[in-house]
Design a protein around this ligand. Structure first.
Ligand code: NDP
Length: 280
């Protein structure tokens, strides 16, 4: 019998992660031996925990909140895209060296393509200026968006994001305060919600959705919310009620995992199996 591919996810907390069942059920469907564990590690324990797994020859792993930035200095190399985004969520071992990738950006792109959203020539408005927003900007620019506007409640945050990504992306990139959303929604073909404001744990989720001037979006615009808890966020419910096509955050979660699975195993990921493991 061959040794199983050894994988895991570093996070704090990480008990809620559905990545173990997503990857293990995909491997089972393909008849591949694979073990995927949760590594619940506090920030102060990350260096020792990661170096111990490297020394033990782990084949690869995911990294989630709050370690996506800190992991960058612990791996041997980081891809240029992950460097631009400033975050690594997937690490792959090649011949004893650990390479850090960001699969959130292509994961978002694939989920939008799967939903039939035209990204070439898209005019995009991104809400938020954290790591998820940075991944959206890099991924959508790579996919051919013509113009991206990044709106944040603290304007200095989106200004800093745009300044730092200006050389990494080949499209128009502008920042603006979220309070001026009405002026920017009018020309958007795609609205990307990349804040944590619509999480079900946030008591202000409804107020956040109500404050957005969705009436200003052009007919035919698509709205994606990266948050997947709940699947239908307050924003998506309002957007659907206005007749916009809506895409939830589960597709991005699925595709970032599918891209990682393919890099780790070399097998084409069984998307339906992975999708149903996430929905259980
Ligand atoms: P960060 O904490 O790095 O950034 C969160 C951003 O949201 C900040 O810009 C923050 O602004 C803003 N924000 C929070 N609350 C509000 C509010 N009420 N109004 C306006 N802005 C607000 O988180 P990430 O960027 O890593 O992730 C954002 C969300 O994306 C997460 O909730 C996560 O669920 C989702 N995500 C989904 C993925 C998927 O696979 N579907 C992958 C990655 C992320 P401020 O700094 O002012 O607080």
């Amino acid at each position: 019998m061959t040794d199983p591919i050894r994988l895991g996810i570093f996070g704090w907390p990480v008990a809620h992660s559905k990545s173990p069942q997503m990857h293990e059920s995909a491997a089972k469907a393909l008849g591949v031996a694979l073990r995927y564990e949760r590594f619940e590690v506090a920030p102060e324990g990350l260096v020792d925990a990661v170096l111990a797994k490297h020394a033990a020859g782990i084949d690869g792993y995911n990294v989630t909140v709050p370690h996506k930035v800190a992991i960058m200095s612990l791996v041997d190399e980081v891809t240029p895209a992950a460097k631009s985004i400033g975050a690594v969520n997937t690490v792959v071992q090649h011949g004893g060296r650990y390479l850090g990738h960001n699969t959130d950006a292509p994961g978002l792109v694939r989920s939008l393509e799967e939903a039939g959203v035209e990204l070439r020539g898209a005019h995009v408005v991104v809400l938020g200026a954290g790591g998820a927003a940075r991944a959206a900007v890099v991924g959508l620019a790579d996919a051919g968006a013509t113009e991206i506007r990044v709106l944040s409640r603290r304007p200095e945050q989106s200004e800093a994001l745009c300044r730092s990504l200006a050389d990494a992306v080949d499209c128009g990139l502008e920042s603006a305060p979220l309070s001026e959303a009405g002026r920017h929604f009018g020309g958007a073909s795609l609205l990307v919600q990349a804040t944590s404001a619509t999480l079900e744990s946030n008591p202000g989720a409804q107020a956040f959705a109500d404050s957005l001037p969705l009436h200003a979006l052009p007919e035919g615009a698509a709205v994606v919310d990266m948050v997947y808890k709940p699947l239908e966020t307050t924003l998506l419910a309002r957007a659907a009620a206005r007749g916009f096509s809506t895409i939830d955050g589960l597709g991005m979660l699925l595709h970032q995992g599918a891209i990682a699975f393919e890099m780790w195993t070399g097998f084409e990921p069984p998307l339906d199996v992975m999708r149903s493991a996430l929905s259980d």
